[in-house]
Ligand binder design. Structure first.
Ligand code: 5AD
Ligand code: SF4
Length: 480
C-alpha cells in the first residue's frame, strides 16, 4: 500500500528558521567554518549540498580543510561494508582534531546512522561525536548544532535518530557544487526490497515530490545557469505512482523547459521501465542518449533470489526496445558477484550476458552481507576469495569492452557540455599537469578532456575525438 507523504517546507518552518537564526546569532562577529565528508551515491552528494546550504544559512563558511572547520559533518553510506569501514576509520582520525580543538562539533548523518547497531557503536566507541542525524532529518541540523554549541561540555550528545518518516523536504537551502550540471531529487525511498539491499530499511518507502515543485525548481536552476539536470531517485521509473503522475509525463514536461539543454536520470529499475518511458526517452530531444540500467546478475536464478522481478531474457528485451527506439543509446549498469548461492555456472551467465550487452561502463561489486537484509542470512554464502576472483574476471572483461567502445569514438565529432577547467585532483587523476585542462561530457555520458585557454564552462562544444582511455576520451574543440 502506498502512503501519502507530508511536506516539510523549510522556508515556512518556524522551528527550523528559529534555530537557523539562533545559530547565526551565536556565531556572529566571528568567522566560522564547516567541512562535509560525503560517502555513497549521487543522492548523498546532493544531500550534502543541502547540508552545506543549511550550514551556510547558519553563518558558516565552507572550510578548505577539516583542520579549519568548527563543524565537521560526515554524510554516511552503508550499502557495502567497505563504506562503513572507511567511515569508522575516519571517525578514529577525527579524534585527534577534537582533542586539539574541543569546541569542534562532529556530526554524522545519512544512511549508516539509521541502523540501530551502528548508533550503539557510535555511543560506545566514539563518544566525542556530538550529533547523529537519521536520514530525512536535514531539517533538524540547525537545532542539533545549536544544542551542541550551547550545551558544550554538558549534554554533548545530540541524537535525532528518528524512525524513517515519510516526509519530503521542500525549499531547503542548497549550496550546489556546480551550476552547469545540477542534481534534482524527484523521489525518496524505495519499495523494492531487493534481498541484498539495505536502502529500503534506511531510507523508507517511496514518496514522490509534487511535479509542480520539481518543475519550478528546475526552472529556477536554469535561470541560475544550469544547462543539464539529472533527476534523482532510488527508482525513478516508479515516480508519481501515489500521485497519479508518471515518470514519462514528467520527462515530457521537463523537456519543454526553455534554456535547459540536457536531461538525465537515475536510477532505473528494469521492472518499471514502461513503453511510455521508452517512447519519452526516444522522443524528448533533451533526454540524453545514456541510461544506467542495473542488471545485478546475468543468471535468472540469481535474479529471482535477489527479488528483482525480471529475468535475463526480459532485461534483454527491454534493452532491445530501448536500442530500437534510440539507436544512439549507451547503457551502463551495476553488477553484484558472489551473491549467496551463485555457482560458477551462474557467474559464467553473467560474463556471457555482459559480453553480449556491451555496456559502456559498469559498477561492479562483490556481494557484501548487510545486517537485516534477507540475503545476509541466506545459505550458500560465497567465500571471499571466490568473490574477489570473480570480480577480477568480470572487471577485466568489462574493461576490454569499455576500452573498445571508447576507441570507436576516435575520429568522430561529438557534442559535449563543458564543465570548464578541471579541479586539480581531477587533473592529477588524469595524469596531466595541464593548467588549461577542461572537461565535459558527451550526451552518452562519456567524459572528454581537452585543453583550451578560454573558460568554456556551460558551452555546448563540438569536439574532434583524438584519443581514448578505458572510459574517458580526449578531444579538440572544433568550429568555435
Ligand atoms: N553488496 C554489494 N553490492 C550491493 N549493492 C547494493 N547492495 C549491495 C550489497 N549488499 C549495489 C547494487 C546497487 C548499487 C547501488 O550497489 O548493484 O545497484
Ligand atoms: Fe536497493 Fe533494489 Fe531499491 Fe535499488 S531498487 S535501492 S537495489 S532495494
Amino acid at each position: 500500500m502506498r502512503m501519502s507523504s507530508c511536506v516539510k517546507n523549510l522556508a515556512l518552518d518556524s522551528a527550523f528558521q528559529g534555530a537557523v537564526r539562533q545559530v547565526f546569532q551565536f556565531n556572529q562577529n566571528q568567522l566560522r567554518y564547516a567541512y562535509i565528508y560525503t560517502f555513497g551515491c549521487q543522492m548523498n552528494v546532493h544531500e550534502s549540498e543541502i547540508f552545506t546550504g543549511i550550514l551556510m544559512e547558519c553563518g558558516y563558511l565552507q572550510a578548505g580543510s577539516p583542520e579549519q572547520a568548527d563543524v565537521i559533518l560526515i554524510n554516511t553510506c552503508c550499502i557495502r561494508e567497505h563504506a562503513e569501514q572507511k567511515i569508522l576509520g575516519l571517525l578514529g582520525t577525527l579524534r585527534e582534531l577534537k582533542e586539539k580543538k574541543p569546541e569542534l562539533i562532529i556530526g554524522l548523518c545519512g544512511c549508516m546512522t539509521q541502523q540501530r547497531h551502528f548508533s550503539e557503536k557510535i555511543r560506545s566507541r566514539f563518544p566525542y561525536v556530538d550529533i547523529v542525524l537519521g536520514t530525512n532529518a536535514a531539517d533538524k541540523l540547525p537545532e542539533a548544532v545549536l544544542k551542541a554549541l550551547t550545551e558544550q561540555g554538558k549534554a554533548k550528545k545530540t541524537v535525532f535518530l528518528e524512525e524513517n518518516d515519510n516526509s519530503i523536504l521542500e525549499n531547503a537551502p542548497t549550496a550546489r557544487a556546480r551550476s552547469v550540471t545540477s542534481w534534482l531529487t524527484i523521489m525518496y525511498g524505495c519499495n523494492n526490497f531487493c534481498t541484498y539491499c539495505i536502502v529500503p530499511y534506511v531510507r523508507g518507502r517511496e514518496r514522490s515530490r509534487d511535479s509542480n515543485a520539481i518543475l519550478s525548481e528546475a526552472q529556477q536552476l536554469v535561470k541560475e545557469g544550469t544547462k543539464e539536470i539529472t533527476l534523482l531517485g532510488q527508482n525513478v521509473n516508479s515516480y508519481g505512482k501515489e500521485l497519479n503522475e508518471s515518470f514519462a509525463h514528467l520527462l515530457r514536461q521537463m523537456n519543454q523547459i526553455d534554456g535547459l539543454e540536457r536531461i538525465r536520470f537515475m536510477t532505473s529499475h528494469p521492472k518499471d521501465i514502461s513503453d511510455e518511458v521508452i517512447d519519452a526517452f526516444a522522443q524528448c530531444g533533451k533526454v540524453c542518449e545514456h541510461l544506467h540500467l542495473p542488471l545485478q546478475s546475468g543468471s535468472s536464478r540469481i535474479l529471482q533470489a535477489m527479488n528483482r522481478h525480471y529475468d535475463a531474457e526480459k532485461y534483454w528485451k527491454i534493452v532491445e526496445k530501448l536500442r530500437t527506439a534510440q539507436p544512439k543509446i549507451e547503457i551502463s549498469t551495476d553488477i553484484i558477484v558472489g551473491f549467496p548461492g551463485e555457482t560458477e555456472e551462474d557467474f559464467q551467465q553473467t560474463l556471457e550476458f555482459v559480453e553480449r550487452m556491451r555496456y559502456s561502463f559498469a559498477f561492479m561489486f562483490a556481494f557484501s552481507p548487510r545486517k537485516g537484509t534477507k540475503a545476509a542470512d541466506m545459505e550458500g554464502q560465497v567465500p571471499n576469495e571466490v568473490k574477489k576472483e570473480r570480480l577480477q574476471r568480470l572487471i577485466e572483461l568489462q574493461n576490454q569492452i569499455s576500452t573498445q567502445i571508447s576507441r570507436d569514438y576516435i575520429g568522430k565529432t561529438v557534442e559535449i557540455l563543458s564543465e570548464g577547467f578541471c579541479a586539480q585532483d581531477e587533473e592529477e587523476a588524469h595524469s596531466a599537469k595541464d593548467p588549461l585542462l577542461q572537461v565535459g561530457r558527451t550526451r552518452t555520458n562519456k567524459k572528454v578532456y581537452f585543453s583550451c585557454e578560454e573558460d568554456t564552462q556551460g558551452k555546448l562544444l563540438q569536439m574532434d575525438i583524438t584519443n581514448s582511455a578505458t572510459v574517458t576520451l580526449n578531444g579538440k574543440v572544433v568550429n568555435r
